[in-house]
Design a protein around this ligand. Structure first.
Ligand code: PLP
Length: 422
């Protein structure tokens, strides 16, 4: 199938033989499309990153919590971590048992602690005061993990760096002895120590440095069942520039060597856990949208679409780059001539920009665009801003069959929570 710019999805058979324009006609625009084969492949890569029986990958549900996708991730052997009661609901709906769920939360209430403790294997607390609150509200003997702030962070944008002195996360290393005292006071089992230093590493080094640091930090603590290194594995968003992938073979080997050395040195008998979020579903999602207008304002050619930042928030939030494909009726031949174009959505804010001065073949009204790598932190962060409805989500299975996994919202959904006007 030829089309204006579609060689990436064509190469991986993303749409499984389905025509993106036909999918839009059937399920409405915009539309989130997921590919089961890709989701399984990435899940497997995380499961097998380190080939030690003590190693477990735990998918971080906040990246994408659709239970249909979670069920696939579970069937590939991943555990899951949830951050809220809503995510717990989704993970339980997908079939995760309580002993397959870690609750890694941040600044929650007593009520949330009580409910989470009842349906997850272990709850992680993020500060000494949260540890006290947890202790006061759960039965003696409950398990707890303490999230440590190792003092180093990393990430693709300052909004996603989640460790280091200036972030809100974790208990400082110096305060860990106090955390142990609090566990004794409330008769909690200190089950694990976890960290998560940030998102989107494309090189193993920073992750491995932080992992080595965590192993130093946990060494004095005996009887831990979980040492959890967090997530952050990046994916190549610049598909059309052949951006290199994170070298998992190198990362996996060096990480395994580090874990084996630690085990040999300390006699540790618990589990080593990672919490990849983005890596698992990001590349299994493409967001389709429609071009509703094209215009020139001064020197800028604007391509106007129905994909507002309420539907795809990452470019506005983090200046993120999503590569873009172009599909046109009649399957015309690919077009390699490009011009700078600025892609915008339908939200009434000038910051509603999906891509600025992007070199693309000339886009026309009526074209369908595909925003690549939209499986993580895209639908999950969408909103009803401007009182626009959220799109449907569909899944393409390994035989190319399409399944609706979330219906498109309707205007009645928007008003459903409003109490009657009297
Ligand atoms: C967000 C988050 C993750 C996943 O991060 P990615 O960058 O998507 O891999 C893992 N653990 C915790 C605690 C998180 O908050």
């Amino acid at each position: 199938m030829a089309n204006i710019r579609s060689s990436y999805t064509g190469g991986v058979n993303f749409f499984g033989g389905n025509d993106p324009l036909e999918l839009i006609r059937q399920y409405g625009s915009p539309l989130y499309v997921y590919n089961e084969e890709m989701l399984r492949r990435r899940s497997g890569e995380m499961r097998d990153l380190v080939k030690l029986p003590s190693f477990k990958a735990c998918y971080s549900a906040k990246a994408n919590a659709n239970p249909h996708l979670l069920r696939i991730v579970r069937s590939e052997g991943l555990l899951v971590d949830s951050m809220s009661l809503g995510e717990l609901l989704m993970t339980r709906a997908a079939g995760f048992e309580s002993d397959e769920i870690l609750f890694v939360c941040n600044n929650v209430s007593a009520e949330e602690f009580k409910q989470a403790q009842a349906s997850s294997r272990v709850v992680s607390v993020d500060s000494l005061s949260q540890l006290e609150l947890f202790g006061k509200n759960v039965p003696a003997g409950s398990r707890v993990m303490v999230r440590v702030n190792p003092g180093i962070g990393a990430g693709h944008h300052k909004k996603v760096v989640t460790a280091g002195k200036e972030t809100k996360f974790g208990v400082n290393v110096e305060d860990l002895p106090r955390a142990v005292e609090l566990c004794e006071k409330y008769k909690l089992q200190l089950f694990g120590i976890n960290q998560h230093i940030g998102s989107l590493f494309m090189e193993p080094d920073k992750f491995l440095a932080a992992a080595a640091r965590l192993l130093e930090i946990v060494e004095p603590f005996k009887e831990l069942e979980i040492i959890d290194f967090g997530g952050g594995y990046g994916i190549p968003y610049h598909k059309y520039e052949n951006e290199a992938r994170l070298d998992l073979a190198d990362l996996g080997q060096r990480f395994a060597a580090m874990l084996e050395e630690f085990t040999a040195k300390t006699g540790y008998r618990g589990r080593f856990v990672i919490e990849p979020g983005r890596y698992v579903p990001a590349e299994s999602g493409v967001l389709l949208g429609s071009v509703t207008a094209v215009k020139n304002n001064g020197p800028v050619r604007f391509v106007c679409t129905d994909v507002g930042f309420n539907i795809l928030p990452r470019p506005m939030l983090y200046d993120s780059f999503h590569d873009v494909e172009i599909y046109r009726q009649g399957n015309p031949a690919p077009d390699s001539r490009t011009m700078p174009q600025t892609l915008v959505g339908n939200i009434c804010e000038s910051g509603d920009i999906l891509a600025r001065d992007r070199e693309l073949p000339e886009v026309q009204e009526g074209d369908v665009l595909g925003f690549l790598d939209a499986g993580a932190y895209c639908f999950a962060m969408s909103s009803n801003y401007n009182q626009r409805v959220r799109p449907a989500e569909i899944l393409i299975d390994r035989a190319g069959k399409v399944k609706l996994i979330r219906r498109r919202e309707v205007p009645e959904d928007l008003i459903a929570m409003v109490t009657p006007l009297d």
